[in-house]
Design a protein around this ligand. Structure first.
Ligand code: 5GP
Length: 223
């Protein structure tokens, strides 16, 4: 009887520790995989980007564990801090292509800030190496720049598109609904980011829901 009691007490304690661990590493419902259009990023920020001509393809901004109740990010993330050694050399050269720092060219610092702010919130399901590997694999899986190009949506200073013009070819290619985010330059609404959503395990892509990030039913410029 005494053994049974102490086993039960141990199990209760272990369960309590598990719950504390899950809560302390930030809970989340799904992932937002965010890709950005570098020219928009560079155009709207208050400091010029270091490269005179920004990259002309969508690159990774981040993989964000997210909650449906708080679209931006989970809180209380106490997973481990960024450790450069966990991003092994082959992965580093892959990420330099898919996940460059388009603002100041300091790729490692950009990966560090994204991991520390977002990645460590999901460390219980993806460790650091898996987090960066998976992000690169997501980037490889669909080439947004090509998808848009094949639908004759190419950078232009004069043409404009509707939200659905841009979403439709992406939806056709991925069979999932993405989300678009825009930034304003004066009164011009510029396409800035395309978001894909993934299930909790970051393996299966799902429809993104929630409000569109390019409001007002206003036309979108892609330059
Ligand atoms: P978050 O921190 O929520 O992931 O994204 C917002 C921040 O990411 C902004 O401050 C924005 O400047 C930054 N950001 C977006 N793209 C880049 C980039 O290519 N390099 C760096 N260093 N920061 C970026």
């Amino acid at each position: 009887m005494a053994i049974l009691k102490s086993t039960l007490a141990f199990l209760v304690l272990a369960f309590a520790f598990f719950i504390c661990y899950v809560m302390s590493s930030g809970s989340y419902d799904y992932f937002q995989f965010v890709q950005q259009w570098p020219p928009t990023n560079c155009r709207v920020r208050n400091k010029p980007c270091t490269k005179p001509r920004p990259l002309q393809n969508f690159t990774i901004h981040g993989l964000w564990p997210s909650n449906y109740s708080n679209p931006r990010m989970p809180s209380k993330c106490t997973g481990s801090l960024f450790n450069f050694r966990k991003v092994y050399p082959q992965l580093r050269s892959d990420l330099k292509i898919s996940w460059p720092d388009v603002e100041s060219g300091n790729d490692t610092r950009f990966w560090e800030s994204e991991w520390n702010k977002h990645g460590r919130c999901s460390e219980a399901s993806l460790n650091q190496m898996q987090y960066f590997e998976r992000s690169h694999a997501m980037w490889i899986s669909y080439n947004i720049t090509e998808i848009l190009k094949n639908a004759s949506i190419v950078p232009s200073a004069t043409k404009n598109w509707t939200y659905s013009d841009i979403v439709s070819p992406i939806k056709r290619a991925t069979k999932r609904t993405p989300l678009l985010r825009c930034k304003y330059d004066k009164s011009t609404q510029l396409l800035h980011e395309v978001v894909f959503c993934y299930e909790y395990d970051a393996l299966k892509q799902i429809d993104c829901n929630g409000t569109a990030g390019c409001p007002n039913q206003k036309v979108i410029s892609f330059q």
